[in-house]
Design a protein around this ligand. Sequence first.
Ligand SMILES: CC(C)(COP(=O)(O)OP(=O)(O)OC[C@H]1O[C@@H](n2cnc3c(N)ncnc32)[C@H](O)[C@@H]1OP(=O)(O)O)[C@@H](O)C(=O)NCCC(=O)NCCS
Length: 187
Amino acid sequence: MTPPGPPELHTPRLILRPLALEDHIQVQQIFPHWEIVQHLNNKVPWPFPEDGVLTYYREAALPAIVRGEQWQWTLRLKQQPDQIIGSISLFKNESNNRGFWLASQWQRRGLMTEAVIAVNDFWFDVFGFQVLRTPKAAANITSRRISEKTGMRLIATGTGEYVSGRLPSETWEQTAEESRAWRATNL
Ligand SMILES: CC(C)(COP(=O)(O)OP(=O)(O)OC[C@H]1O[C@@H](n2cnc3c(N)ncnc32)[C@H](O)[C@@H]1OP(=O)(O)O)[C@@H](O)C(=O)NCCC(=O)NCCS
């Protein structure tokens, strides 16, 4: 099946492959773990159903991709292109434009930072959006760090409903101009 949505993207170490329905089998094995979901929005059901990924892909993600409202990629190491290790998504709305997760054994190697840089370029340069906003739990130090080190600004604080409950939240933002300036000095 030809997946809908944007093209495959490449970073130094990763392949970002557009989401396909059959990915649910691998993702169901690696996504529903507490260390991954605890700081995700409480729209993620917990305990996570056995068919949770299939249901989400079939009823929410793929229809939204077909409608042109979101773009999702699975992440794979170039060295093991058949093995899914995480996911990154872009959402067309006012306040939440990007989401990502990576299975624990591949974390803390700078991989998600590579994926973020690739999809940010896509968001600003291919889609032509002028601003990217990402809410997150303030306690999610790793996600905050990715925003910080890719040149985003903290613009608001509040509270959010997460899988682990109601928590202080932050919204980070970057404009197209800021993204290009960051790229020019950091890459
Ligand atoms: C967020 C997530 C995708 C990060 O993936 P990753 O590939 O490990 O991220 P990177 O290695 O590119 O960058 C992580 C940064 O956070 C830092 N970091 C990680 N854990 C940290 C900790 N406990 N305390 C302080 N800094 C930490 C890393 O050192 C790195 O910063 P550096 O490059 O300046 O050293 C991964 O932790 C994850 O899947 N978390 C669960 C899902 C989630 O919360 N998603 C985001 C929702 S907003």
